[in-house]
Ligand binder design. Structure first.
Ligand SMILES: [Zn+2]
Ligand SMILES: [Zn+2]
Length: 424
């Protein structure tokens, strides 16, 4: 019997896990810096939450959810995204009773039954933020700048910010009617897919990459010309706050989202240097979402970023995250007595924060030295009967080859001198 991980999943192995840890650590740092706090919601929820919170007529809900009945006969779904759970939690725990806005972030696995391809998995990972209970355009600018800051800190500097407003429940229906009318007038030039979208979800036509559709889309009415006064003001203010932060943006009226609960700000951050322009991640306002799942009027804005996708972007640009692996000291032992004494030293060194390793396979000195090399040991020391008797051993810098004779009883002090440890 031979087991494989399920299709669309993968093991994240060392040393790659170091990159993941680095990304997570940076995320905690930067998000905390903007005063966002971490929230951890369950990996699974009642199916209805996602049906209502993502929308029945979406690919996610129609085709991609991992849904099953639990032993109590309830329909359960592995979370395909993070926002619905965060809003559910905000309402359920009555966080609205506290000082607002509430600023949360999350990091964790999500699940979608998609066709596995490069960078796309059935269990994938997202980090995201949600700022809830304020419609302040400054918060939109904050969220956008937070996303940009995160990518820049990982070394992605050639970014392009695309910005739009998708209006609100007042102004969008009028716009959608106009768009429908226009698309119907030009129906013959649209691809079959788009023809069928005109009635179901005309905004999605604006996404179509088909050449013939593009020529129609080019002259289609634009949402930005059809915003109500309050949406237009909000959009202007978002831009003003982005200007204050010196963030460049491109107004892109084709950047729309199909679902009704999305309102006002929509944005995407694209990586410019990758030839074919690539969206790294996007986000936006969802002032109508809470009403879908909790009958409460509650503004919110957020974004989510796929970690696998981020790693691909970094890889494509040959960006190495500054992760280090390796041990500070590898203790090479000769004989059983030396092993026991060294085991004590090992423990003392580890207690003081030194990454220390020893042989567990009873190998020859040569093999132990090879191990030390493979582990990227910064220093090695050989301890045998002679060294124990003389309380003296040679510590060797593996990079420079420099050697130093030290007193064994003084090893801890010597290591403090040799290895630059911030926390020691
Ligand atoms: Zn409006
Ligand atoms: Zn089309």
């Amino acid at each position: 019997m031979k087991f494989n991980a399920p299709r669309g999943t993968n093991d994240i192995l060392p040393p790659d896990t170091l990159k993941w840890q680095y990304i997570e650590k940076k995320t905690h740092e930067i998000f905390s810096n903007y005063n966002y706090q971490e929230i951890r919601t369950p990996i699974f929820e009642y199916t209805e939450l996602f049906q209502r919170g993502i929308g029945e007529v979406t690919d996610i809900v129609e085709k991609e959810m991992y849904t099953f009945e639990d032993k109590g006969g309830r329909s359960i779904t592995l979370r395909p995204e993070g926002t619905a759970s965060v809003i559910r939690s905000f309402l359920e725990n009555k966080i609205y009773g506290q000082a607002q806005p509430t600023k949360y972030y999350y990091i964790g696995p999500m699940f979608r039954y998609e066709r596995p391809q490069s960078g796309r998995f059935r269990q994938f990972h997202q980090l995201g933020v949600e700022a809830i209970a304020s419609n302040d355009p400054a918060l939109d600018a904050e969220i956008i700048s937070l996303g940009m800051r995160l990518l820049q800190d990982f070394g992605l500097n050639d970014l392009e910010l695309h910005l739009n407003s998708v209006g609100c429940g007042e102004c969008r229906p009028t716009y959608v009617d106009k768009l429908k009318k226009y698309l119907n007038e030009n129906k013959e030039q649209l691809c079959d897919n788009c023809k069928s979208r005109i009635d179901r979800n005309p905004l999605r036509v604006l996404d179509c990459k088909n050449d013939s559709c593009q020529s129609v889309i080019k002259d289609a009415p634009k949402i930005t010309d059809n915003l109500c006064e309050s949406c237009a003001d909000h959009f202007n203010d978002v831009q003003e706050y982005l200007d204050i932060l010196n963030l460049d943006y491109i107004i892109n009226p084709l950047l729309v989202r199909g679902l009704d609960y999305y309102t006002n700000t929509a944005f995407e951050i694209k990586d410019n240097a990758l030839g074919a322009q690539d969206t790294v991640f996007g986000g936006g306002r969802y002032n109508g979402l809470a009403e879908e799942i909790g009958s409460r009027d509650l503004p919110g804005i957020g974004f989510a970023l796929g970690i696998e996708r981020l790693l691909l972007s970094l890889e494509a640009k040959d960006i190495e995250l500054p992760v280090e692996s390796g041990v500070d000291l590898y203790i090479t032992v000769i004989g059983e007595q030396a092993k026991k004494e060294s085991f004590k030293l090992l423990d003392q060194l580890r207690n003081k924060g030194f990454i220390t390793e020893i042989d567990y396979l009873g190998r020859s000195v040569g093999s132990q030295m090879k191990s030390a090399d493979r582990m990227n040991a910064e220093y090695t020391i050989i301890i045998g009967e002679n060294e124990l008797n003389n309380n003296s051993a040679t510590i060797r810098n593996m990079k420079s080859g420099d050697e130093k004779e030290i007193q064994l009883s003084n090893l801890l002090e010597e290591m403090k001198q040799l290895v630059d440890k911030e926390d020691i």
